[in-house]
Design a protein around this ligand. Structure first.
Ligand SMILES: [Fe+2]
Ligand SMILES: [Fe+2]
Length: 273
């Protein structure tokens, strides 16, 4: 059904933080879908429940807002109830390099008519806990199996990692092997979006979605207090009302799995940047 000139348009939204993050996704998706002609919507939702973790309620809210697939990261178990809920959500995936004992799915498969795509989450090892299995070896082993299983070259990898060097290295390992390697976790969008090789979209970090005037979405006052006093203070969401959405839009050739274009998006205070 897709001719040579058809493109699949995909938005990947960076770490959705708390209620304001979930709300701006719901509020902006209709406009984004129209503006970019979006076919599929993916997001990282490891911070969607109160800033730490995910629950069935926040997962459902995002899926009902039009999200087709959700990735997670180091905060996956921030809400312990997810241990009981993860298996209910085929559209939400844990990192592929996590222990097999972790409940839930280790990838998301999208099938619409004759279009097939695999969404994968991987976690890095540098400056991030818990240290999971080597993400480079894991993806090198698993990628051919997943491509074979679903008979597709359309693969999007969310690489949830802290170090830019580790992320760029993953980009080169997967150059021309996947459609995109999109970094998440730092919550700060980087300006290095590019196409590696002949069609692997890459960015070190997509950025975050939620309170923009805190410290990565959490209270700036608490962060400053902790830094000065070196005493425990429980993190809470930033209350400042300025909300933003950070994302990238990919233009994918569904016949080859190659990404033709990657565009960075920032919406802050209702203004597109
Ligand atoms: Fe995050
Ligand atoms: Fe994270």
């Amino acid at each position: 059904m897709y001719g040579m000139t058809n493109r699949i348009k995909i938005i990947f939204i960076g770490d959705v933080v708390g209620r304001s993050g979930r709300h701006i996704v719901k509020e902006k998706l209709p406009e984004l879908k129209q503006r970019y002609g979006l076919d599929f919507v993916f997001c990282n939702a490891e911070n969607s429940a109160g800033g730490i973790g995910i629950t069935a309620i926040t997962a459902k809210e995002l899926l009902e807002s039009g999200v087709d697939g959700i990735t997670l990261g180091n905060h996956i178990w921030g809400q312990r109830i997810w241990l009981q809920q993860a298996r209910q959500f085929k559209q939400v995936c844990k990192p592929l390099n996590a222990p097999a004992a972790w409940p839930g799915y280790d990838h998301v498969h999208i099938q619409q008519n004759d279009f097939s795509l695999v969404l994968i989450s991987l976690m890095g090892q540098a400056f991030i806990q818990p240290a999971l299995a080597n993400p480079f070896r894991t993806i090198r082993e698993q990628l051919p199996l997943l491509k074979d299983k679903y008979q597709t070259d359309n693969v999007i990898v969310d690489f949830h990692a802290e170090s830019t060097a580790e992320k760029i290295t993953m980009g080169y390992l997967l150059e021309d092997k996947v459609s995109a390697v999109l970094g998440t976790h730092t919550h700060v969008q980087t300006a290095d979006e590019k196409i590696l090789g002949n069609g692997t979209a890459f960015i070190c970090d997509v950025g975050m979605t939620g309170p923009m005037n805190g410290v990565l979405g959490m209270s700036r006052d608490t962060a400053v207090e902790r830094a000065l006093n070196l005493m425990p203070a429980s993190y809470r969401l930033e209350k400042d009302s300025l909300t933003g959405l950070n994302a990238v839009v990919l233009s994918l050739d569904p016949q080859t799995g190659k990404t033709i274009n990657i565009e960075r998006i920032q919406i802050v205070d209702n203004v597109f940047k």
